[in-house]
Design a protein around this ligand. Structure first.
Ligand code: PEP
Ligand code: MG
Length: 537
């Protein structure tokens, strides 16, 4: 078995034979002509045929991947009609008395050179398009076929690079994944792969000798397995089946309400740990983001992320969610999540140590920077803030004072911010027990059952030796959840669950009976939970 790691541009799993797609090398000969007029006519005829082919491709692409993604073929037509491009070809034929193929190839090389050295990513991408359209014209001039034959069986197409026109011409029934060496996440081929819903990897040095070999494309992790071992194959077959089930669920449940048979509704939001999860949030039809674990911003760098760096990310999430709620949890670093630059020091009991809100309330500058970034982003969507690891009313008072200070600083600078709901995570037994008092102070509760379970049962969630006694269904945990929901409702605020337990479908009925208002689960669990809600009486 060989294993290659690349970059995933669309997730999912494909298992099948590889088809090495080799571009036919265009051998363009340079030949002198005495008949310039005929060469010009040959070029014009080939160009017209290319335009006709691209028009057909555009129509095919509109049906397969929608108008927006098909637009690239209109761009190609415009490029073929571009005056500079045509002048250059005409000029070479006329002045140098050369054949049409050579004039097109030389023009393509020159334009490719020019576009590929441009700073602007848009123009850089056009370099590849110039090559693509010119190759089509040259093929037509030589009388070769311009199709993209990938054989008659379903295959994973491996190629050094693929032009959008090649991708669209491939038989979609036969195409189960792409693996290419060159390409970018924003290339048109990537967009087409995403729209076609098939896994795709880039950045893998493909080899002709792979042709016909069995392979697995793991688009979830960006890995290609060639001739996989039996155990790996079986593992991926299981995962693929689970994905297919989820896809079926999607067809049945996308756009449907989270409503029980008796008419009770509950909100179903997604937990995310990075902006790369957003696609999955949309795909799985989440009603909002119930927990954005902001730590990734701090863990992925070697310095404290600046206000601007954070603002850009929060703004992107708010804009992408387009008015749906996005609950950003403030920094929850410490315990198992350590960063060197904070010099937190070693602790005997880090889970109960200097972490989360405890850091924010002592290193207030760090907290204020994050709050400013979140508040600024709140002008671009429906953002709420929640605070982790709360144990007392005093902490909430301190937080509220700091938030007011930050708002005042922003107002003074004339910087806009929206209305933000403020809530707390209930993940310590202390917070659960005094939830009646805390409910008077905040807009919502989100129960973090992962930590609540660890602290209630005194079981370290990182310690695998304790797995057999770590029972998240423990009545103590469930009673605390019930108490928290009751206390929230008494004060007229809402309560949700964002720990893993929220996705446990054996408890969905019980949570509905408790009156839980929201469940925030990992994106792939949205639809299975929706299914159970809709089947509950
Ligand atoms: C929790 O504790 O349940 C929770 C959602 O937070 P995290 O898992 O990030 O600690
Ligand atoms: Mg937690």
């Amino acid at each position: 078995m060989e294993r290659y790691v690349g970059k995933s541009i669309f997730n999912g799993i494909a298992i099948g034979k590889l088809y090495f797609y080799a571009k036919e090398e265009q051998q363009v000969r340079r030949s002198k002509t005495k008949d310039v007029k005929t060469e010009l006519e040959r070029y014009e005829a080939a160009k017209q045929q290319a335009i006709a082919e691209l028009t057909t491709l555009y129509e095919k692409a509109v049906k397969e991947v929608g108008e927006v993604n098909a637009e690239i073929f209109n761009v190609h037509i415009m490029m073929l009609e571009d005056d500079d491009y045509n002048d250059s070809i005409h000029n070479i034929i006329e002045k140098q008395e050369l054949n049409a193929e050579f004039a097109v190839a030389t023009t393509a090389d020159n334009f490719y050179e020019m576009f590929s050295t441009m700073e602007d990513e848009y123009f850089k991408a056009r370099a590849f398009d110039i090559k693509d359209i010119s190759e089509r014209v040259i093929k037509i001039l030589g009388g070769a076929s311009t199709g993209s034959d990938i054989g008659s069986d379903p295959v994973i197409v491996a190629a050094t690079e693929l032009a959008p026109s090649e991708t669209v011409q491939m038989d979609k029934e036969k195409l189960i994944a792409f693996v290419t060496e060159i390409g970018s996440s924003n290339s048109h081929t990537a967009i087409l792969a995403r729209t076609m819903n098939i896994p795709a990897l880039i950045g893998i040095q493909v080899q002709e000798s792979w042709n016909g070999k069995m392979a697995i494309v793991d688009g979830n992790n960006g890995v290609l397995y060639i001739e996989p071992e039996e155990a790996v194959l079986q593992d991926f077959q299981r995962k693929k089946e689970a994905e297919e089930k989820n896809r079926e669920l999607l067809l049945q449940l996308k756009g449907k309400e989270n409503v029980t048979l008796s008419g009770q509704t509950i909100k179903l939001y997604a937990n995310i740990g990075n902006t790369s999860d957003l696609a999955s949030v949309m795909k799985n039809d989440a009603g909002g983001i119930g927990l954005l674990r902001s730590e990734f911003l701090y863990l992925e760098t070697d310095h404290l992320p600046t206000e601007e760096e954070q603002f850009q990310v929060y703004k992107q999430v708010a804009e992408t969610m387009a008015g749906k709620k996005v609950i950003i949890r403030t920094l929850d670093i410490g315990a198992d999540k350590q960063v060197e630059y904070l010099n937190l020091g070693k602790e005997d009991n880090p889970a109960m140590g200097y972490r989360a809100i405890r850091i924010c309330l002592t290193q207030v500058d760090i907290f204020k920077t994050q709050l400013k970034a979140i508040l600024r982003a709140s002008a671009y969507g429906n953002i709420a803030i929640m605070y982790p690891m709360i144990i007392s009313v005093e902490e909430v008072h301190k937080i509220k004072r700091i938030v007011e200070e930050v708002k005042a600083e922003l107002s003074e600078l004339g910087i806009a911010y929206g209305q933000v709901e403020q809530g707390i995570m209930i993940e310590t037994p202390a917070a659960a027990v005094i939830s009646d008092l805390l409910a008077k102070e905040v807009d919502f509760f989100s129960i973090g059952t992962n930590d609540l379970t660890q602290y209630t049962l005194a079981i370290d969630r990182q310690n695998s030796k304790l797995d057999s006694i770590n029972n998240p269904h423990h009545e103590a945990v469930l009673r605390l959840i019930e108490l928290v929901v009751k206390n929230a409702h008494k004060e007229g605020i809402w309560a949700g669950i964002c720990g893993e337990l929220g996705a446990d479908t054996t408890l969905t009925k019980r949570f509905l009976e408790m009156g839980v208002d929201e469940l925030s689960v990992s994106p792939s669990r949205i639809l299975p939970v929706r299914k159970v809600i809709r089947e509950t009486k």
